[in-house]
Design a protein around this ligand. Structure first.
Ligand SMILES: Nc1ncnc2c1ncn2[C@@H]1O[C@H](COP(=O)(O)OP(=O)(O)OP(=O)(O)O)[C@@H](O)[C@H]1O
Ligand SMILES: [Mg+2]
Length: 452
């Protein structure tokens, strides 16, 4: 680490001299102090690490340490000492001393400790910086929409984030913002500086999900060559987001419930209870109550999770927010695509507001993205949303016409089209409709269609 500044605090000239010689040759800038008062004075000049003797002429090392930490809670201090009592050692650690170097010390050892301490701090700062950057897009303001519904949602999110509650349940259709809210709950809470970890319960087979969550001991199963910490352990102090909780198998539901109640768990194949402080945010787009009624989800876990439910409304329930959301995405894609589109025309805004948004905010985002890529104007207009008017967006391509349909007639037409497209090949035509050969034949006969 180039040009870190070290402050050596020791009343013995010889010790200061030998440390200075060695550490200067490692490329550090060195300041020296023979007393506590002088140490505090020089510390103000910007010091990266302090090597602090415990016995000083005017005061003791602990008082100086306490004062340094008061001036800068991140101050990095290595205590140099001979013969220290356990109480003193414990006290120093509590005050945040990084390390002890026992006197008489080996200068190489001290140099190694200094390097390690600086590296640890650098990494810690880097992690903090990364977390701060990650947090920025997930403030409450990231939840766009001025309707009363969204205002209520933001207030609820703020309350839940500030509460000590250890579980939160997010429900809502696909694309309503459950991921967004989970992150906002974390990054607006006192846990923000700790990890946010995220796992989709449906993405892994049962035993992998279990070891991913709880970790495992070496040899717990065939592939467990090494001990592994689970998400709950890694996220200690932070938040674990369990997405698609409705897909979790019952055996794991039971283990999760035990963890939520006892705040502790065992690694797979392990005997020791591991205690962590983690908030669990669970999300689902299923109706969990129905899922419980049908026996697919444990009722006790459901009640445990449902203590603090946040329901995310479907976009059609707050269609007033569509213009604000559309403009928000226009701005976002302007930045991403380096474009300068000026919002959405009034006619197109009406179109967007009236569309039902079965895919919710995600569908709106996708529709705006597509329009931004294809438009030739400087503002999005009705023709840029052609896919919407044709009913061909990410939502249901078969929009039921206002006047309804004759299902039998529609079926006949689809069979005719499928046969035409496959040049009369019945197997291929059937495949287009998800029918086997017998099923398509039955329909050809039913509708009296000519066979090729
Ligand atoms: N109120 C909102 N303000 C701004 N962006 C939003 C809002 N709601 C959702 N979004 C955005 O819409 C997209 C979809 O949201 P998200 O992924 O959070 O949905 P989801 O509920 O988790 O869906 P799924 O159930 O399919 O996982 C994301 O890009 C998200 O940032
Ligand atoms: Mg999601």
């Amino acid at each position: 680490m180039g040009h870190a500044t070290l402050l050596i605090v020791d009343d013995e000239d010889l010790i200061r001299w030998s440390l200075k010689e060695r550490l200067q040759s490692d490329g550090y800038d060195i300041l020296e102090a023979a007393t506590g008062a002088s140490a505090l004075e020089q510390f103000r000049d910007g010091v990266d690490l302090v090597l602090l003797d415990y016995r000083l002429p005017d005061t003791d090392g602990l008082s100086v340490l306490r004062e340094l930490k008061r001036m800068d809670p991140d101050a990095l201090v290595v205590l140099l000492t001979s013969l220290v009592s356990v109480e003193t050692a414990v006290e120093a650690m509590k005050l945040g001393a990084f390390h002890f170097a026992n006197k008489p010390f080996d200068v190489d050892e001290v140099a190694a400790t200094v390097a390690r301490a600086l590296e640890t701090t650098r990494l810690r700062r880097e992690v903090r910086q990364l977390r701060e950057n990650a947090a920025r897009p997930y403030s409450l303001r990231a939840i766009v929409g001025e309707s009363a519904t969204m205002e209520d949602l933001r207030q609820m999110v703020a309350k839940v984030a500030a509460s000590p509650a250890s579980t939160v349940l997010l429900t809502g259709e696909s694309g309503t913002g459950k991921d967004l809210v989970a992150k906002t709950v974390h990054y607006s809470s006192a846990r923000a500086a700790r990890p946010f970890m995220n796992i989709t319960c449906s993405a892994l087979p049962e035993h992998l999900l279990e070891s991913e969550l709880f970790g495992h001991e070496r040899g717990a199963f065939t592939d467990a060559r090494q001990q592994k910490r689970g998400l709950l352990e890694s996220a200690d102090g932070g938040t674990v987001f369990l997405d698609e909780i409705g897909e979790m198998v019952p055996a794991l539901q039971a283990k999760l419930l035990r963890f939520l109640e006892e705040k502790s768990f065992k690694r797979v194949g392990g005997a020791a209870d591991i205690r962590v402080d983690v908030r669990v945010v669970a999300a689902t787009n299923r109706n969990l109550e129905e899922h419980v009624a049908k026996g697919g989800f444990r009722s006790d876990l459901y009640y445990r999770l449902n203590v603090l439910p946040i329901r995310l409304p479907a976009l059609r329930e707050h269609a007033d927010d569509v213009p604000a959301l559309a403009n928000y995405f226009v701005d976002a894609f302007n930045t991403e695509f380096k474009k300068r589109i000026h919002g959405v025309s009034p006619a197109a805004t009406t179109l967007l507001k009236d569309y039902g948004w079965p895919g919710n905010v995600r569908e709106l985002r996708n529709v705006v993205e597509r329009a931004m890529l294809l438009t030739e104007g400087d503002r999005l207009d009705v023709k840029d949303f052609g896919a919407l008017t044709a009913g061909l967006t990410g939502g249901d391509p078969f929009e039921l016409p206002a006047g309804g349909v004759d299902l039998e007639d529609l079926e006949r037409r689809l069979v005719v089209q499928a046969l035409r497209r496959s040049n009369g090949n019945q197997t291929k035509a059937g495949a287009l409709l998800g029918l086997n050969r017998d099923q398509i034949r039955y329909r050809i006969e039913k509708f009296g269609l000519p066979v090729a």
